[in-house]
Design a protein. Structure first.
Length: 317
């Protein structure tokens, strides 16, 4: 695999967990092409939002050579980054680099003029401020991340994990993304359209949740999983199931099942030589025609084209 240079830009008062996410996910592995560098502005060290200082491994010139640039969230986001930082981001974007932000990192992209006229996301608590400071930017407060071609933005912290795994999935396929997710003990996939903020406290250990039912459904994606079937397993009414499912995941059971089936089909396309009809059956789509339609709607490609793009040599051994 040809090397793919990933630069993580640590701005002053960078949020440590936001910085850790891309550096862990894009760290060099034997089965990925990523070459990772952490860079900063004119200073050698960067003070984090929690007070300790980190040393970057490279300067802003790294952005001129990077294929992908990721800007983690930082605390003093109301103030634009140094002019040399915004200029470097603008130059990188104009030459075709892919640029992504985590949390309030979107403010740096906006300050560089990269988000004008685009719909983006950021942490829900900072969304109003982003629109106030940059009125030419449209902010979607409800989603985990947005892929707008060469620019990607995500909500806070754990949504940054979702975004970075999404980028890996686009580059290298589902099997590689899932392998990295297993290292992190993270959810392999959360769709970008899922709600970033669910107005509900975390359940106590004695609360009735649908986690067991979701695990049960993942093992039976080839079966007919109606609302009544799921509700019967969860021992609740169909109406209660819908309400609880949305509270716990931010999406409906139908949306959740569709995403799970698409991901299972992707894994089968990457990891097996099964025919399209067999994959349609095993992933719960029934027919190859239905699988192709769902694949086109979700991914903008066909199952056969997806298989050609992610050959076995691209998978971890």
């Amino acid at each position: 695999m040809a090397p793919h240079r990933v630069a993580v830009l640590a701005l002053p008062f960078v949020i440590p967990i936001d910085l850790a996410i891309p550096t862990q996910i894009f760290n060099e592995r034997s089965y990925t092409p990523y070459e990772l560098l952490v860079c900063s502005g004119p200073r050698d060290g960067v003070t984090t939002s929690t007070g300790f200082t980190i040393g970057a491994t490279a300067g802003l010139s790294t952005l001129a050579r990077a294929d992908t640039i990721i800007v983690p969230g930082y605390w003093e986001y109301q103030q634009p980054p140094a002019p040399e930082v915004t200029a470097a981001l603008s130059r990188a974007f104009n030459r075709g680099a892919r640029i992504a932000s985590i949390c309030t990192g979107a403010f740096a992209l906006a300050a560089a003029g990269l988000l004008s006229g685009r719909t983006v996301t950021t942490h829900w608590s900072s969304a109003d401020e982003l629109e106030r400071l940059y009125p030419e930017v449209r902010v979607d407060r409800s989603v985990l991340y947005i892929d707008d071609g060469p620019l990607l933005t995500s909500a806070g912290m754990t949504a940054g994990i979702d975004l970075c795994l999404y980028i890996v999935r686009k580059d290298l396929g589902t099997a590689v993304a899932n392998s990295i997710a297993r290292e992190l003990v993270a959810a392999p996939h959360r769709d970008g359209g899922q709600a970033q903020y669910i107005d509900r406290t975390l359940p106590s250990p004695t609360d009735h949740t649908l986690a067991d039912t979701r695990d049960w459904a993942l093992g039976r994606l080839n079966e007919t999983l109606t609302l009544d079937v799921l509700a019967r397993h969860a021992r609740v009414s169909a109406r209660t199931l819908i309400r609880m499912w949305r509270q716990e995941t931010g999406i409906t059971p139908h949306q959740w099942l569709l995403t799970a089936r698409i991901n299972h089909a992707r894994e089968l396309l990457e990891a097996t030589d099964l025919g399209i009809e067999q994959i349609a059956t095993q992933s719960g789509f029934g027919t190859s025609t239905n699988l192709r339609a769902r694949f086109r709607d979700a991914l903008g490609t066909t199952p056969s084209a997806y298989r050609r793009a992610f050959q076995p040599s691209d998978r971890p051994t």
